[in-house]
Write a protein that binds this ligand. Structure first.
Ligand code: ATP
Length: 368
């Protein structure tokens, strides 16, 4: 198992700064995800790690060894793309053998490894098939087998499942996780799918404009986002603007148009002061609906404007007393409350109220 160290990587395309001084440590055997809005630099970063792009500045180290100038095929790493990049006119076995032939391994060993890979990705007996005669999920497995056949030290996956339907994605993400663990691979994985990232990642980085916005485990990033961008990007969030009235031990008291809130200052690098404008973020599932008025702290009163039953949850849009819209969800609902004018009362626990620095030009109250 090998670690990957990223030191001050920068990369521009003309006037566009795709990566801006990115530093990162990926532990040996870790499954590390890169997420962020379109154009934030995910593909540029993974391609630079894999050696397909040369950075303008900075270094990439694999297990302490500087590989920045080493071409991709000499890094003992493998990359799997969204498009599979399989050769349609070759058989399944020939596709899997491709990298092994490049390595000039003896034929007997190539055959043995191809058979092992077919077994591993559950395609035994399909080695002679043409790629065109496979389903999307099977083609994806061939791409995975081809990547792993060369016994890479690291696996780079750029949106590997985006061409698959929802059920296959679920299946394949489990398989990828299991295989990475079994083979002791260090994996870097780019996705747009938050659920994929939350369920598979050991840790994840959220990028914004070529910089790292936050790095952490899925619960760290989901439960304690450091910025509105991260809160909005991972999951759904209600944002409420307000002014700090008191701070003690990283707990801030906030006055808003909806009332008084108390929440956690999650970003350790940020030191807000009394009278600062802030944004508080509350996840829909953190708000509990009550019929009776609450004690007033971290509470939002309003009426239900829209309710949707989704089986495992019921989702509500509450029109709050200041006119803003607040999203709530109730787990395992036995009934669904109907929209109407009756006054409802929602409340969150202090640890579920996250106090954030507002982005420039932020509005006072809104839902994402
Ligand atoms: P997406 O989620 O849409 O795939 P991304 O986060 O992977 O986006 P990148 O593809 O890394 O983002 O692109 C980062 C920035 O660099 C974008 O502004 C993009 O337009 C620009 N860029 C990327 N590759 C090139 C290129 N070959 N030539 C010019 N600009 C590029």
């Amino acid at each position: 198992m090998v670690s990957i160290t990223v030191e001050h990587l920068s990369k521009s395309f003309g006037d566009i700064q795709a990566l801006d001084d990115v530093s990162l440590e990926i532990a040996a055997g870790e499954i590390f995800f890169l997420l962020g809005p379109s154009g934030c630099g995910k593909t540029t970063l993974i391609r630079t790690l894999a050696g397909f792009y040369k950075p303008d500045a900075g270094r990439v180290l694999v297990d302490g060894e500087d590989v920045t100038a080493v071409p991709p095929h000499k890094r003992q790493t493998a990359m799997m793309f969204q498009s599979y990049a399989l050769w349609p006119h070759f058989s399944v076995a020939k596709n899997i053998a491709f990298g092994l032939e490049e390595l000039k391994l003896p034929n007997a060993e190539i055959e043995e490894r191809v058979a092992e890979m077919l077994e591993m990705v559950r395609l035994r007996g399909l080695g002679g098939r043409s790629i065109n005669a496979l389903s999307g999920g099977q083609q994806q497995r061939v791409a995975l087998a081809r990547a792993l056949a060369v016994r890479p030290r690291c696996l780079f996956l750029d949106e590997p499942l985006s061409n698959l339907d929802a059920k296959l994605r679920l299946e394949m993400r489990e398989e990828i996780r299991t295989l990475c663990r079994e083979y002791g691979l260090t994996a870097v994985y780019v996705t747009h799918d938050q659920k994929e990232a939350l369920s598979v990642a050991d840790r994840m980085a959220i990028l914004e404009g070529g910089c790292l916005a936050q790095v952490g485990t899925p619960p760290e990033v989901y439960r304690a986002p450091h910025s509105p961008l991260v809160a909005e990007f991972i999951g759904e969030t209600n944002f409420i603007g307000g002014i700090v009235t008191r701070i003690e031990d990283r707990v801030a008291e906030i006055d808003t148009d909806l009332g008084h809130f108390e929440g956690i200052i999650a970003d350790p690098a940020w030191e807000p002061k009394v009278s600062d404008l802030v944004v508080i973020a509350i996840r829909p599932e953190s708000l509990t609906l009550r019929d009776a008025p609450t004690d007033g702290v971290n509470a939002i009163d309003g009426h239900i404007e829209r309710s949707v039953y989704l089986g495992e949850i019921a989702q509500y849009d509450l029109r709050a007393s200041d006119g803003s819209s607040i999203r709530l969800s109730e787990l395992n609902p036995s009934t669904v409350r109907d929209p109407g004018k009756a006054w409802q009362h929602a409340q969150a626990q202090r640890e579920d109220v996250i106090v954030l620095k507002p982005p420039p030009g932020a509005v006072q109250t809104r839902t994402s």
